[in-house]
Structures are given as structure tokens and as C-alpha cells.
Design a protein. Structure first.
Length: 288
């Protein structure tokens, strides 16, 4: 049975480790995993000729560069591989396409990896050909502004503009809240196609506040000092919207998924994941 040889030593070793967890995509956070439904059992051209894992000592995983936290996800995957006493084999997806057909993900997993990191764990969001692992981190949608006087959403004067990434659970919650307010107390809310566009609209002054996925803001601030002027404020009177992120495996990889889940639990409890997130300054926390 796959990985069975590694489990006894893994469980013996984890008892002495310290604990932690970790970053998207979306695309993968979604970075492969946007908040959208996936089709049932896709078909990939030439799928019967695509390879599957032959070396049982390897932990083959994919990370997607479109995911803002792909390097964090890779560090998490390497930690899982080490916990299972397997050799990590990383495949980095490098594409300029913002959104792609799920068939591409399916073909990629058939050919390059048994585990694809960086998927938001959205109930009922995936087809039956996918199995979701446990979450290795959770993060939030946050309100970001360049206004030094704003401390929370409730401080924003009526009529000021809010941008939000369209279609996310946080956007839906915001729209429901605004709809319930009297007309004279509302803020106009403008939907943006991506988190990046919403963040840039704050930087340009097009909107006063934006509701975005925290790891995207983190990545922008890591890459460009121009984003340092942006800061996160409190969401009240709205509750915060928290989303968990994990990995996917093909649904027939039941033993592999079970082994990964046990590793995630152990590495979350012993401090390993927390150390990874802190080393990156990443806005993710372990999931109890």
C-alpha cells in the first residue's frame, strides 16, 4: 500500500516536534482554486498515455506560481514529505493565464503530481474526481486602505467607495450587509475581477477601501514597496470572513490523502507549520 512503510517512523518522530501551519491560491488559491465550481470528471487529451507515479519513495506535488503563496505552499509540502519520510518532487506551474479550464489541472495531476497544493476548501465546490485534504492554513478576507484615519469599516463615511473581489464569500457577505442598510448609510461597492485589481484601485485612489484576500495583499507588499502604504483595518461591524486552504488529490488516492491528513494534523500540532508561516511573515494560521 502506498506510503505504508513510512508511517510507523513518522508517528514516532512527530511526538517530539514543535507545531505550525501555512499560503492560495487561490489559483492553485485559487491560484488553482478560485471560489468556483469544478466540472465532474474532466477528460484530458491523451490521458491514457500520461504517466503516474512509479517511485513509491517520492512525494510528487504541484505548486502554481499564480498562487501568491506558492513558495509557502512548497515549504509546507516539503515538510509533509519529510514527515512521511519521502523524497519531495516539486513541479512548478508557470503560466500567465489567470483562469484555466479544470481539465488542465486534471492532466497536470495525471502527468506531474499526486498532490496539488493551494486550494480553498469550499464546501460543494469541487467535482467527485477530486478529494480535498485537511487544511494546512486558514486566512481571511481583509479591508485595506491608504487612509491613515480609518481604523475599521464602520469609520468609513457614507458615500465613500468600496472595492471588492467579485464573487467571493466575503463579497457576498458585504453586499448582503449593504443591502440591509438604509440607503443614506450605504457605501457604493464596486466589484473587481481580481484581488490585484481591487488592491490597485486603492493605491490609485479609485476607491477608498478594498475587500481582498489577505495573502494577495501580503504578496504585493513583498514584491513592490509602493504597496507598503496600504494597511489592513478592522472589519466591524461585519464579522471577518475566514477561509481554509489545503491540497487536492485524485479521488482514487484514498490512502495517500489519509497519510497527508495525518501529517497535516501532526505538523500543525508540533509547531512546524507555524514556524514556516512566521519565517515568511505570511498571514496564515494553523487550523486546530
Amino acid at each position: 500500500m502506498r506510503l505504508s512503510f513510512a508511517l510507523p517512523r513518522f508517528f514516532a518522530g512527530i511526538l517530539n516536534w514543535e507545531s505550525a501551519v501555512l499560503l492560495a491560491f487561490l489559483v492553485a488559491s485559487p491560484s488553482s482554486a478560485q471560489e468556483a465550481e469544478f466540472n465532474e470528471v474532466p477528460y484530458a487529451d491523451g490521458q491514457w498515455e500520461l504517466g503516474r507515479r512509479l517511485d513509491e519513495s517520492q512525494f510528487r506535488y504541484c505548486v502554481d506560481k499564480r498562487d501568491p503563496e506558492w513558495e509557502v505552499a512548497a515549504a509546507v509540502a516539503d515538510a509533509i514529505a519529510a514527515g512521511l519520510l519521502l523524497e519531495p518532487q516539486r513541479y512548478v506551474v508557470d503560466s500567465e493565464i489567470v483562469l484555466e479550464d479544470i481539465t488542465k489541472v486534471y492532466a497536470r495531476m495525471l502527468e506531474h503530481c499526486n498532490v496539488h497544493m493551494g486550494f480553498k476548501l469550499i464546501p460543494e465546490g469541487y467535482g467527485t474526481w477530486i478529494s480535498l485534504t485537511r487544511a494546512y492554513y486558514e486566512s481571511q478576507y481583509v479591508f485595506v486602505t491608504a487612509d491613515p484615519d480609518l481604523q475599521r469599516l464602520g469609520d468609513l463615511p457614507p458615500g465613500k467607495k468600496i472595492g471588492a473581489t467579485m464573487g467571493t464569500s466575503a463579497h457576498i457577505r458585504l453586499v448582503s450587509y449593504l443591502t440591509a442598510l438604509p440607503a443614506e448609510q450605504r457605501w457604493p461597492a464596486y466589484p473587481f475581477g481580481t484581488n490585484e485589481l481591487a488592491i490597485d484601485s486603492v493605491l490609485s485612489g479609485s476607491v477608498d477601501l478594498a475587500l481582498v484576500w489577505a495573502p494577495i495583499l501580503w504578496a504585493k507588499q513583498q514584491q513592490d514597496p509602493a504597496y507598503a502604504k496600504l494597511r489592513v483595518i478592522g472589519s466591524d461591524p461585519l464579522p471577518q470572513t475566514t477561509v481554509s486552504v489545503g491540497a487536492i488529490v485524485l479521488s482514487d488516492e484514498k490512502f495517500l490523502r489519509s497519510a497527508i491528513d495525518e501529517a497535516i494534523v501532526a505538523l500543525s500540532a508540533d509547531g512546524t507549520f507555524t514556524q514556516i508561516y512566521e519565517s515568511f511573515g505570511f498571514p496564515g494560521t494553523v487550523v486546530p
